[in-house]
Ligand binder design. Structure first.
Ligand code: CTP
Ligand code: CA
Length: 223
């Protein structure tokens, strides 16, 4: 059993994975969120663990359960996700950011439940921290950083630009135009770009199989 473990392709490697949505509080009973199920991130975390990595999964609110042995840290907001990732990233050999992090949060969080008043109501929002871009700035040469890009148009262009801007080694493009792809779906259709902008497009597969394709691309970088 021990020899089997030691022969696993990612034995001795530490991995950090984010999954799920983030919830940004408006008041004690309301939040801004999104429809991410967390399935893709949990599948990636499980696959990295199956390959022998020591995995920390930072998960936003999600009903998913990890199938493998890993350390799970539950968070709610983008800020909490950032704080958890920040610590783990310093020792992570491989980081895969699958989470659908909110881009904006309410500038002021009401301490009491907001009562309905006028016909119209505005909430001022401010940007959340870009976790992936911040880790990209901190990355050293031996660390592998993988991001996702969710696009509806000019997919390849936006994916390549995120790869470059956020200093990533790989980006996984999820096009919402593709049949069988998306947030709640059990399947996904991806294209992976590397730093040389070489791309590999995969068929529609279930998210476990998609996670294997992503991990294979990571294994290739380690060779
Ligand atoms: N991401 C992050 N922190 C944020 C926003 C995004 O870490 N505050 C990460 C996501 O986990 C994903 C990648 O950045 O791996 C790309 O997310 P995406 O929403 O596609 O891109 P954005 O940079 O947020 O740009 P936009 O939403 O405007 O397309
Ligand atoms: Ca975004």
């Amino acid at each position: 059993d021990e020899t089997l473990k030691r022969n696993a392709p990612l034995f001795g490697k530490k991995a950090l994975v984010t999954a799920g949505p983030t919830y940004e509080a408006i008041d004690p009973v309301r939040f801004i969120g999104n429809h991410s199920s967390g399935k893709m991130g949990f599948a990636v975390a499980d696959e990295l663990a199956n390959l022998g990595a020591e995995v920390t999964l930072v998960a936003g609110p999600s009903y998913q359960k990890a199938q493998s042995q890993l350390q799970r840290i539950d968070v709610t907001s983008a800020e909490e996700m950032f704080n958890a990732c920040s610590k783990v990233f310093t020792v992570a050999d491989i980081t895969v950011m699958c989470a659908a992090v909110a881009d904006y949060k309410p500038k002021i969080v009401a301490t009491q439940k907001i009562k309905k008043q006028d016909a119209n109501f505005n909430i001022e929002l401010e940007k959340t921290i870009d976790i992936l871009a911040t880790l990209g700035q901190r990355k050293n040469k031996s660390q592998i950083l993988v991001g996702f890009a969710l696009e509806t148009n000019d997919e390849a262009h936006y994916a390549k630009s995120k790869l470059q801007k956020k200093n990533l080694d790989l980006i996984v493009l999820n096009s919402l135009n593709d049949e069988g792809a998306g947030f709640k779906s059990d399947t996904n259709k991806i294209t992976i770009f590397n730093k040389a902008f070489e791309s590999t497009t995969f068929e529609v597969k279930n998210k476990t199989e998609v996670a294997k394709d992503i991990c294979n691309a990571i294994l290739k970088l380690l060779k």
